[in-house]
Design a protein around this ligand. Structure first.
Ligand code: ADP
Ligand code: MG
Length: 623
């Protein structure tokens, strides 16, 4: 056989490289913004249409390029940022691989206009799928404008792999936040589908954070500052009390580059230990400056992973710096109302070792508990969230009071009626089992409810059971045109970041459908005047936080409707948890409600809800 090895043509090689560099529209945004920053821009504009699928346009006022460079910039390994291997160890630019533009041009329609500051005229060129369509001299503004259209136009498989516009836009916005947070000394404007989403003036870091995350962000911030030979740490952490259900506001920057580092993340989280509730996440914006020679950014094509020479030392310094700030925050004298206590270190503490703040955590604390049993000293809970202890018969129907008056029983209502209308009769109707009419329930280890059935016994996971009940209830409510909503006496005004409000606006209709009523939705706050029947006023903020977090986490797979996601989130957030004591009436009500569900066997998250153990299985154990 003869020689069979061939070199791949450039455009094929570029397409392959593009697979690594460009995963989704947000990757293009990152590369273009980084190029604009490397070009020394002071003002950068980002324009996006349809989640970046139809257009990503970045306009900067930076250096610009010469005519030759303009064409050359689209070649693979064409870069002005390094010239020799050693340069890799003293990087001060974002880019250096010279791959981004070549990759992007291989899989999209790209139009560029660029002009050097002191040149008379500039260059206008167009490339589609690595093919130069035209290049001409033209009168264009100083700086560079790069428009990327129809991403993945020549790779339909990749294009169809993209998520909805909403999800892709969220990734883009995340990327925008990261770049904007790393460069407060640059002004940014971000337009989405014709409207301005963010206008960020040149500012300091604190102002930049506030501009992005809303005016409420200011009061949450505690500065962190540590200067050692190995690393200089600066930035802010959020006060522990503001820890969120979602992991949204967590940012590391190394030499002004956003990076992901589970290891360093752990260092920060461990400093917060004991100060935040389990499952809530402290926010942070931390900037590490290290000698470029001591890191290797080259280990990931998207350059979000960094290898440090001395990770252990960095871990220890970071952890102690965060602890130190938390310590300061706790010891700051609260008497001086004028001064911002977060900004000052009391003189006496300046040279002292940071002390770990002592915080007593009530291990039994449960934010969901509404009543405390005084005698036992443990939280007991009425399973019915309306607060009244309920007998089995009353159980869930009481929650629909008012519904019948709004809806005629006939029109469409029957289709969504629960089987449990016959709840007082045989609960397991249509199934082979039946809870004995004299059944007693028993709570095992504050986790399971045990009860008897004809053929033996059933062990029910209380939290999953309640999730199932609530889930079906919310789904049902939202199917009814007029959701069951309770009016709040005074509308609640809640603060959110702009991005969070955008999410709420997107899912507003669905929120209405489950019973939320919004009076106003402003840029950074919403006013809520009605909430779903099962949500208490104090839970509204937390529930909305969780909803936003879940929507952001792309649970929005194509197969799920918003209603479904919302119902799941509400069910998860509001369900009784493991560890909660349930009164016997509540136990029985929960059991009855569960078996009135359409699918009592599995939780909304596809976990088993109960197991049955038959008499014969028990008998066998006694042989
Ligand atoms: P890299 O950034 O790794 O060098 P890119 O493919 O992103 O590779 O860009 C190639 C080159 O094109 C850069 O090195 C730079 O010289 C030039 N370039 C790209 N974008 C811009 C811009 N917005 N302004 C000025 N020059 C740019
Ligand atoms: Mg680049």
């Amino acid at each position: 056989m003869g020689d069979i090895i061939k070199l791949l043509p450039d455009h094929v090689a570029n397409q392959i490289a593009a697979g690594e560099v460009v995963q989704r529209p947000a990757s293009v945004v990152k590369e273009l913004l980084e190029n604009a920053i490397d070009a020394g821009s002071k003002a950068i504009k980002l324009i996006v249409k349809n989640g970046g699928k139809t257009l990503i346009h970045v306009v900067d006022d930076g250096l610009g390029m010469s005519e030759t460079d303009a064409r050359l910039s689209f070649e693979r390994h064409a870069t002005s940022k390094i010239t020799k291997a050693e340069d890799l160890f003293k990087l001060s630019t974002k880019g250096f691989r010279g791959e981004a533009l070549a990759s992007i041009a291989a899989i999209a329609h790209v139009e560029m206009q660029t002009k050097l500051a002191d040149a008379e005229v500039g260059t206008h060129l167009k490339i589609e799928g690595s093919k130069l369509i035209f290049q001409e001299v033209g009168a264009v503004p100083k700086g560079t404008s790069m428009a990327v259209k129809n991403l993945f136009f020549n790779i339909p498989a990749r294009r169809s792999f993209l998520k909805s516009d909403t999800v892709e836009l969220r990734h883009i916005t995340d990327e925008f936040h990261r770049v904007a947070l790393a460069h407060p000394q640059i002004g940014f404007h971000y337009y989405v589908n014709g409207g301005e989403l963010f206008g960020l003036p040149i500012s300091n870091l604190r102002q930049r954070i506030v501009h992005i995350f809303g005016s409420k962000a200011n009061q949450k911030l505690v500065p962190v500052a540590e200067d050692t030979q190995v690393v200089k740490i600066s930035g802010f952490i959020n006060k522990p009390a503001f820890a969120k259900k979602s992991r949204g506001e967590q940012f590391f920057f190394v030499n002004n580059r956003f990076i992901k580092s589970p290891y360093l993340h752990h260092a920060v989280v461990s400093a917060f230990e004991g100060l935040v509730k389990p499952n809530s996440h402290p926010g942070y914006f931390l900037y590490l400056d290290v000698d470029p020679a001591s890191i290797d950014i080259n280990i990931h094509p998207t350059k979000t992973e960094v290898k440090f020479d001395d990770e252990h030392t960095l871990y220890a310094i970071l952890r102690s710096a965060v602890k130190h700030s938390l310590g300061q925050f706790h010891v700051a004298p609260p008497l001086d109302f004028e001064a911002d206590p977060n900004l000052e270190t009391p003189y006496a503490y300046k040279n002292k070792e940071a002390e770990f703040p002592k915080v007593t955590v009530d291990a039994g604390f449960n934010p969901f508990s509404e009543s405390k049993s005084k005698s036992a000293g443990v939280a007991t809970k009425s399973y019915q969230r309306a607060g009244k202890p309920n007998s089995g018969e009353q159980s869930w129907e009481s929650l629909y009071v008012g519904l019948e008056s709004k809806m005629g029983k006939d029109e469409g209502f029957s289709s969504i009626q629960f089987e449990s209308d016959t709840i007082t009769g045989s609960i397991f109707d249509g199934q082979s089992e039946a809870i004995e009419s004299t059944a007693k329930t028993f709570q095992l280890r504050r986790k399971y409810i045990v009860t008897t059935i004809k053929s033996g016994m059933v062990v029910i996971d209380q939290s999953r059971a309640h999730q199932r009940v609530l889930y079906e209830k919310f789904l049902r409510n939202s199917t009814i045109k007029q959701a069951v909503s309770q009016q709040l006496l005074f509308p609640l005004s809640l603060s959110f970041s702009k991005a969070d409000v955008t999410v709420l606006v997107e899912i507003k209709e669905t929120l209405n459908a489950v019973g939320f009523v919004f009076d106003t939705m402003a840029e950074e706050s919403v006013s809520v005047s009605g909430v779903p029947l099962l949500v208490t006023e104090s839970e509204v903020g937390m529930v909305l936080d969780q909803l936003i977090a879940d929507c952001q986490q792309e649970v929005t797979g194509e197969n799920f409707s918003q209603t479904d996601i919302l119902s799941k989130t509400l069910a998860k957030t509001l369900a009784v948890k493991t560890g909660e004591v349930l009164e016997s009436a509540s136990q029985l009500a929960l059991v009855n409600d569960l078996f009135a569900c359409k699918e009592p066997l599995v939780s909304p998250f596809h976990k088993p809800v109960y197991v049955t153990i038959t008499e014969s299985e028990i008998d066998k154990k006694f042989i």
